[in-house]
Structure formats: C-alpha cells, structure tokens
Write a protein that binds this ligand. Structure first.
Ligand SMILES: Cc1ncc(COP(=O)(O)O)c(C=O)c1O
Length: 347
C-alpha cells in the first residue's frame, strides 16, 4: 500500500490499543439519568483540570459551542468574536438558527484581538441596538494556524466584560495544545472565563466527545440545551472511557506534535514554492501560502495528495497541515521529501 501521511486535521486519529482496552473495560450506566460512572468521572476530572465547578459531556465541539451560546444569550443579543473563529464560520449558522443571536466580528491578528477593539464596537444601551451580551475567544485559533491568544489581553477582555456586564466564553477545543505550548495549566488558561468548551477528539486523540465547563448554575442550563439538541446519550461511558484515557495519557505528549509541526514548517518555508509565517506555528497547525508557486491551495494539496501527503486547502492560496498523535518523526521526514518533490514539479 502506498504511504499516506494524513495531515488534514488532528481529528483523524484512530484509538490506540490501550484506548480500545479502556473502552472495552468501561463501566457504564444510563447517563440521561446521571448513572454512567465513566461519564461522571470524566466530567469531574475535566472540571478539576479546568478549575471550574462542573462539566457536561456532549457529543461534539460544535454542540458544546452551541450550548455555550444558548446559555449566555437571549434572542437578538450580540456576540463579539474574531472573524475567523469556528463558531461564526463553521457551525452551519447554528447560533443564528438555535439561539437567534448576531455576531459582531473583529478582524484580529493571528486569531487574537484586543479589548480596545471590542470596546470600540460595544453598543450603547439604547433600543435601536442589539444588546451586547458575550465576548467569545478561541484559543488556540484553528483557522489562524493554531495560534495562542495572549493571556494578558484575555485579562483585559475579562475586565471589559466585568465593566459592561458581559459574559466571557472560551472555545478551548485545543486548550490542551495551548497548555502544552505555554507551560500554563489548563486551569490558569480557563480562569478568566465564565465558561469553556474543550474537545477530546482533536489533539488528545479520542474518537468523540467534548465538554462544556462552568458554574453549577450555567451547567444546569447547559443540561437543558443538551437535551433540546438531542445530545443526551445513554451508556455514553463507552465513549467517555476513551476521553478519560485521552485526558490522562495524551496531554503532555502534545509537545511532540508541536515539535513536528515546527520542523515541517521550517522545511516547507525553505522551498521556493511555499511560504509559512513561522511565528504563527505556535502549536500543531501549519498554514502554508502557495503564492510563490503560482498555483492555488487546491492544486498544491492535490499534488501533495498524489504523493501521499494529505492536507486541507482553504481555497485561494492557503492550505492547512496538522500534526497529531498518529504522525511520527518518520512521517514528517516523508512529508518533507514530498513537499520538496512537489516544489520541483513543473508549474
Ligand atoms: C476551535 C474549534 N471549535 C470547535 C470545533 C468543533 O468541533 P467538532 O468538529 O467536534 O464539532 C472545532 C473543530 O475543528 C474547532 O477547531
């Protein structure tokens, strides 16, 4: 079989034999009755890691985001977020559909924006305007290249939220990568926020699952929204066991993914056909610019794929490559060879 190095996303990982054993041995119960011991253990452990009161297990990051939006807002409210973020761009208009809210987007730099930028956009308390309700941060920022939102700016945003009575939410789908890259604990990163969602099925390598984390009161509301969205699962310990295994075993190893990403990014950046803004390669995501090749991201990802290296075109001249649990140093060597080969192909 020809070799394939799948760098489309960190969601493509397959459960390891040890994770499958944890699934096999999982103690289960009916989680809609709150009876599943493995789900309960996972929720307690993630709440503890994030330094929040409680957590709620849900099927996906998108559902976690939609539940968070619903918990913080009423129809007609406005949310402040960075223009490239997941909840605004990639959830099928879910926030408009389920919560009837508006987004006021901020053009950030590398997925981050400033408290001053939000302050300049806040609506006066006047019947002409949508009520300003929630500030939304994504850390790391997927579309920007796994970049890290500066923590001092997050603290300024917290102050702004306090001064204006706004909620403050973190889409921490990849907060584990931020913790591994910065040396800060997940709890330190989550501390300024009222609520956080985290994913188990990305860098941590579980097959499925996310959690919404926050106060007892907020998660009580989240429970009702999960029910409304059909996200209550029964013997969910079967999948929660994989999540628990991932949380306990796959967090610290993320630094390896970051090293692989940096090595690959530096090698790609040396080639004539591509450029990578190396300062954006802070975690496990590489965004390449194909402009020097004279070809678009679609053509370049097609050529790489013919040679066994899979990435995701963002359209235009951008494409994304993500390192993860199922990619090792040899795979990165191979990916570097393939990029070099595509670099030399006639344009
Ligand atoms: C930052 C971020 N939030 C949320 C999600 C949604 O997660 P899911 O694919 O589990 O719905 C993603 C998915 O890539 C993401 O990158």
């Amino acid at each position: 079989m020809p070799r394939i190095v799948d760098l489309r996303s960190d969601t493509v990982t397959k459960p390891s034999p040890e994770m499958r054993r944890a699934i096999y041995e999982a103690k289960v119960g009916d989680d809609v009755f709150g009876d599943d011991p493995t789900v309960n253990k996972l929720q307690e452990r993630v709440a503890e890691l994030l330094g929040k009161e409680v957590a709620l297990y849900v099927p996906s990051g998108s559902m976690a985001n939609q539940i968070a939006v619903a918990c913080h807002t009423s129809p007609g409210d406005e949310i402040y977020c960075e223009a490239g973020c997941h909840v605004y761009n990639f959830e099928g208009g879910g926030a408009a559909h389920f919560s009837n809210v508006m987004f006021n987007t901020i053009e950030g730099i590398n997925g981050a924006y400033t408290a001053n930028q939000v302050e300049a956009k806040l609506r006066p308390d006047n019947h002409h305007f949508a009520p300003s309700r929630l500030i939304w941060v994504e850390n790391s920022a997927n579309r920007a290249g796994g970049t890290i939102f500066p923590q001092d700016e997050i603290l300024r945003l917290r102050n702004l939220a306090d001064n204006h009575g706004l909620g403050f939410h973190l889409d921490g789908a990849r907060i584990w990568n931020v913790a591994a890259a910065t040396g800060k604990t997940e709890a330190e990163l989550a501390d300024p926020f009222d609520s956080v969602n985290v994913c188990l099925s990305k860098g941590l390598g579980a097959p499925v699952g996310s959690l919404v984390v926050g106060s007892v009161e907020l998660i009580d509301r989240a429970h009702r929204f999960r029910k409304r969205l059909g996200g209550g699962m029964r013997q969910a310990g079967i999948i929660a066991a994989a999540g628990l295994y991932a949380v306990e075993n796959n967090r610290t190893r993320l630094v390896k993914d970051h090293k692989c990403a940096r090595r690959l990014a530096e090698a790609i950046n040396k080639l004539d056909s591509f450029s990578v803004a190396l300062e954006t390669v802070a975690t496990n995501i590489i965004i390449i610019d194909t402009t020097p090749s004279g070809l678009g991201g679609i053509e370049i990802t097609a050529r790489l794929r013919e040679n066994g290296v899979w990435g995701t075109s963002f359209g235009g001249t951008k494409a994304r490559f993500v390192t993860h649990l199922d990619v090792n140093d040899d795979d990165i060597d191979y990916a570097i060879e393939v990029f070099a080969k595509v670099d030399k192909l006639p344009k």
